[in-house]
Design a protein around this ligand. Structure first.
Ligand code: UTP
Length: 276
C-alpha cells in the first residue's frame, strides 16, 4: 500500500537548547534561513507524502503559523512588488487542509507522540519524520524508506547508520540477522544500550515507515529507557508478527537535536548555499 501520510512528532521539550527553546519550539530553530521543520516538510513532500500530521505540544503555535498564510506580511511584500520574497513566505504552502495538528498533552516520549496520531493515520502504513534529524540527500531519506517498503510491503522500517560503539547509548540499536549491505533484517531492537551491551553499532535515526499495527502496541503505554514510552520498544515487540528492516540511506545526517550537530549542519548548509 502506498504511503500517503507522515507524522511529525514535535512535542518534545528540546531541553538541550535551553534557553532558546523556552518559548520557541526546537523544530523552529533555523538552519541558515529555514526552520528544521520546514526541511522535514520539504523532504516528505518531495517523497510524495500528501497528508502531514504534526503532533505538537505547548509553545508550538509558531509551527502552525509557519505553515499558514501570513496576511500582513504577504500584503506588505505584494504592495512593494517583492515577488521573490513573497514566494519565499507562501510558495511552499501545501493545499489547504493537508496539514493536520493534534496535541500530545504531555511529553511522555516519542512512542506516545506517535500513538497520539492513531486516529489521524487510521489503518494504513505511514511515515514518521523527526525534524531534528536533518538529512541532506539527493533522494529524500524518507523516500528511500518508502521504496524499501514498496519492495517489502507489510514490514516496519527505520533509517539506520553505523555509529561509534561509545555512542550506542544514544540510539535504538539493531540485532542484525542478515543484510545485503543496504537492507538489514533485525531479530530485535534495544533502545539506548550501554556500549558493552549493544548487539551491533547499527543505529536508528529519525525516519520510519510503520504498519498501523504499531498503535496497538503503543496503546499499552509501557515505559522504557529514561522512563519514556519508546517507539523502539514497540517496534521490537512488533517483530514477533511484523518483520523489521533497517535501511542504510544515501545522504548525510546531522543530529540537530544537540548543539554540536546543529552548528555542523548550519556550516555545511551555508557552504552549500554559497556554492549554489
Ligand atoms: P528528543 O528526545 O530528541 O527531543 O526526541 P526532546 O525531548 O525535545 O529534546 P531534549 O532531549 O529535551 O533536548 C526526538 C523527537 O521526538 C519528539 C521531539 O520533538 C523530537 O522531534 N518528541 C519527543 C515528542 O514529540 N514527544 C515526546 O514526548 C518526546
Amino acid at each position: 500500500m502506498r504511503i500517503r501520510k507522515a507524522v511529525f512528532p514535535v512535542g518534545g521539550l528540546g531541553t538541550r537548547f535551553l534557553p532558546a527553546t523556552k518559548s520557541m519550539p526546537k523544530e523552529m530553530l533555523p538552519i541558515v534561513d529555514k526552520p528544521l521543520i520546514h526541511y522535514a516538510f520539504e523532504e516528505a513532500r518531495a517523497a510524495g507524502i500528501e497528508q502531514f500530521i504534526f503532533v505538537t505540544g505547548r509553545n508550538k503555535d509558531a509551527i502552525e503559523n509557519h505553515f499558514d498564510v501570513a496576511f500582513e506580511l504577504d500584503n506588505t511584500l505584494s504592495d512593494a512588488q517583492k515577488i521573490e520574497m513573497l514566494e519565499r513566505t507562501r510558495g511552499f504552502l501545501p493545499p489547504a487542509g493537508s496539514i493536520v495538528y493534534t496535541r500530545q498533552g504531555a511529553p511522555l516520549g516519542l512512542g506516545h507522540a506517535v500513538w497520539c496520531a492513531r486516529d489521524l493515520v487510521g489503518n494504513e502504513p505511514f511515515a514518521v519524520i523527526l525534524a531534528d534529524d536533518l538529512v541532506d540527500a539527493s533522494t529524500p531519506c524518507i523516500g528511500q524508506l518508502m521504496s524499501a517498503h514498496t519492495k517489502n510491503p507489510g514490514s516496519n522500517f527505520a533509517a539506520v547508520m553505523d555509529v561509534p560503539r561509545e555512542k550506542t547509548n544514544r540510539y535504538g540499536i539493531l540485532q542484525v540477522t542478515h543484510t545485503d549491505g543496504v537492507l538489514h533484517r533485525a531479530s530485535s531492537l534495544i533502545e539506548k544500550p550501554a556500549p558493552e551491551a549493544a548487539p551491533s553499532t547499527t543505529a536508528i535515526i529519525g525516519r520510519y515507515v510503520l504498519q498501523p499495527g504499531i498503535f496497538t502496541l503503543l496503546e499499552k503505554h509501557t515505559k522504557g529507557a529514561g522512563g519514556e514510552i519508546q517507539l523502539t520498544d514497540a517496534m521490537n515487540q512488533a517483530i514477533a508478527t511484523t518483520p523489521f528492516y533497517g535501511v542504510s540511506f544515501e545522504g548525510t545526517r546531522y543530529d540537530c537535536g544537540e548543539v554540536a550537530g546543529f552548528v555542523e549542519a548550519t556550516n555545511a548548509f551555508y557552504k552549500k548555499r554559497q556554492k549554489a
